[in-house]
Write a protein that binds this ligand. Sequence first.
Ligand SMILES: [Zn+2]
Length: 581
Amino acid sequence: MENFIVSARKYRPATFMSVVGQSALTATLKNAIKNNHLAHAYLFCGPRGVGKTTCARIFAKTINCAHLTEDFEACNECESCRAFNEQRSYNIHELDAASNNSVDDIRTLIDQVRIPPQIGHYSVYIIDEVHMLSASAFNAFLKTLEEPPAHAIFILATTEKHKILPTILSRCQIYDFNRISVNDTVEHLRHVAQKEGITADAQALNVIAQKADGGMRDALSIFDQVVSFCGNNITYQAVIQNLNVLDYDYYFRLTDMFLENKVKDALLIFNEILSKGFDAHNFVGGLSAHLRDVLMCKDTETVQLLEVADSVKQSYTTQAQRCPTDFLYAALAIINDCDLNFRLSRNKRLLTELTLIRLSQLTDKKKNELSEEDILPPIELIPEMHLGQPVVTQVSPAPTRQPVPNKPTAAAPATPTAKPVNKNMLSTPPPISISITKPFVQQEKTVVHTTTKVSTTEKQDNPFSADSLEKAWKHFANEVIPEKTHAKNIMLNNLPSIEDKHKLKLVLDQILQENSINEILSELLAFLRHNLMNDFIKLEIIVDITKENTKVMSPQDKFSKMAESNPALLRLKKEFGLEID
Ligand SMILES: [Zn+2]
């Protein structure tokens, strides 16, 4: 049986040209070789698996090559190059500082450094994971690093630059290696797949590249793993199954549900995801990454920040067209809150579910604000308007202001876009009883002849009974608000009380409920004023916090609450000097 060589070794680049994703850096190294400006010590920093050791080896080979090519790459043919490629060159010495980090190890190295090379010009010493050297080893090394023999070149490699002593840093030329972009990784994987005679779809390679998080070695290892799982045909489904990655189709479906305010469906999908064994926190991270990508697709200039396969890019663009930008901003903020609170939350599932509920309600509000006419039915078309009140001969006051043609500003205060938000007490003067919307326009003519009967500025101030209030309230909830609106249920389950001649009071037990009512408040008030023939009706909403149990509490709040029922906690905190974070 043929020996299997892992792809990371088999496809290790042999020239600067073939190094993936570090073009600026390899160009600088090549330039140094071209101009013969070689330093004695280099420090290669960067995350694991991005090509530090590979570049160090290529560099060592290239500076020893007897016949450099025109663009200053190693020829791979001369004796020195062959020795390098067959790993028998005496010009390169590698020391793994993770396992050889004592002073003695460094002294052995220093002794070797004095010996000049037999073939080629330079002896290159690669010290991997150099941050692992002990402090005394560092000090022993300092002298050699400062005044090395002319033939010696040191290349120090590290993933943790901040752990290197400043005295070392100041003696090295520092090269920072980038994470390799997803697109570059996918390109390279495609190349490897082609060489190996493996077919792989772009989405599958994309998932592998994302999972590798910028490291080519990791990407190739995952690639090998997937190949041994699904053979010579790598599909997206097989990859997400093997790597336990959540299918992004879920995120697309969820986002659609948010836009359509399908709370129930969103919760069911989340349940399905959990039942497949996915972690809720990962899901939250994935969802925020998805919405971020959708946001990037809102603008042609930011589309390039997307690191997904082209076929999926189209789905993102399509979804982006459906998502209002405000929705995306708000949704990202909500998910970010969820992410931040995740560690603190005791009921992580509930936290995620609440987040999904809030996301599903975002456009509900939007709809109310932006296109009032879609929601508000033309009131005149509802026959049983004057509930509990004898129908007066005059026409309803709403359209009476409408037909006055030389008062264009009359419409302005009536549109409820200027409604106060987050205020329990609504005290907007009732300028007109109903919002003016398109459906009314056709009525203008029919009302014109009646304007003589009713003064356009006269405000109505009729008393109303609790009974007629309840009728109007329920009528609004049942007939006027669209189906499946949260406000509908809240209104049907909570009736307002009459506080005084003009003031109604509604007691709710959740802030979420208050928000839902606030979203329809202007229509509701307009409806009630018109219906009960009292233009001064106000509604006060009171949220009874004591009833509320879904409010997110800070750790300090939680502690205080726990301490109330169990004072021993206070002593515990004091005796051990504990801090609430
Ligand atoms: Zn050569």
